[in-house]
Design a binder for this molecule. Sequence first.
Ligand code: LLP
Length: 413
Amino acid sequence: MSFSYKNQSLHAESVDIADLMQSYGSPLYVYSRTDIENNWREFDSAFGQHPHLVCYAVKANSNIAVLNVLAKIGAGFDIVSVGELERVLAAGGQASNCVFSGVAKTQDEIKRGLEVGIRCFNVESAAELERIEQVSASMNMQAPISIRVNPNVDAKTHPYISTGLKENKFGVDIDDAIALYETAHQSEHINVQGLDCHIGSQLTDVSPFIDALDKVLALIAKLADRGIEIAHLDLGGGVGIRYEDEVTIDISAYISSILDKVGNLEIILEPGRAIVGNAGAFITKVEFLKQNSDKSFAIIDGAMNDLLRPAFYNAYHNVLPVRENAQGVEASWDLVGPICETGDFLAKDRQLSLSAGDYLAVMSAGAYGFTMSSNYNSRPRVAEVMVSDTAHHLIRKRETIQDLFNTEILIND
Ligand code: LLP
């Protein structure tokens, strides 16, 4: 992990975060290139010589500099919109290494995917298969597809990010999958490539993954009996990270338990959070300290529009002072933003010694941080910086006030 204290100041790799704040202003997302690369390589190398593709889930952090760093080391990409596809292409990624997930791909998205030659569409329903077939027929092509099956296993994660249960909107019921594969197999404009499943996000236990794997392998065997060959198995993303004190999945053990079961079948994975989550931090400044008889509030310049996870999922992010052992007011602080919502907090009850003007690092914010940010309360979205050893690069400019209403139009009457 590349975030650590040196000379009593928190560093990202060899760069002092306090210096970054002087250069780029506050609040700020900071990422470590080394961590991103190492995290992807940990997945990739655990496969050894086994045929595989580690497709980074772009939704976790879609900055083109992040995608570019990953494309350069050979990553594939899991995309869920044409916007993500164009980002990958702009970042130098290969369409032929992209799998296209998502429950409602539009005709234009399918067309563009076929035009640029994506690796595979992960189909989520019979209606979507029909649409893909129509678009592909109109272009006189064969669309490569996988069917995303819902194996009905409980990922035992937050209900908002659990996707593999029957009651979720995702994928095709495992019992209906054979019929849909038969339809796909018979179409001249569909090329059946694979089978896909994704059961949820932030899993900290490997057993739901293995339960799902057993179910989909049984399905692949049934398909083979019917003459339908599956060339790759996509097991989705979902590997959890440590936010607090979770004991998470050992990636190489997870991958070797997959390889124990799959023979020579090519494996695709779609990790997002595990690649970028702990490779990023959100840095914010203490504006005011406000204490009443019951509560101690540190009012910070970052808010729920910048990092939504605490407000939305009640998610825990560790908070570290940028200046180690800073002397201030010692208390159990709630870190709250300037937004007019009681739910606008980034952390609660943290024992810290604070003064106005201090910088705080909200850790593990590299995944689903910036990508879920918004302009709520007309707050410009923040800048992003990537650090690599002693170097630092601005990878997104801070939005300006003008940017906020650039695309808005006054009516003239
Ligand atoms: N593949 C598919 C089809 C997905 O839906 C997702 C995530 C992934 C891969 C990547 O999952 P990961 O490896 O990152 O767990 N905003 C939430 C997480 C939503 C995840 C949605 N799908 C959060 O902040 O926790």
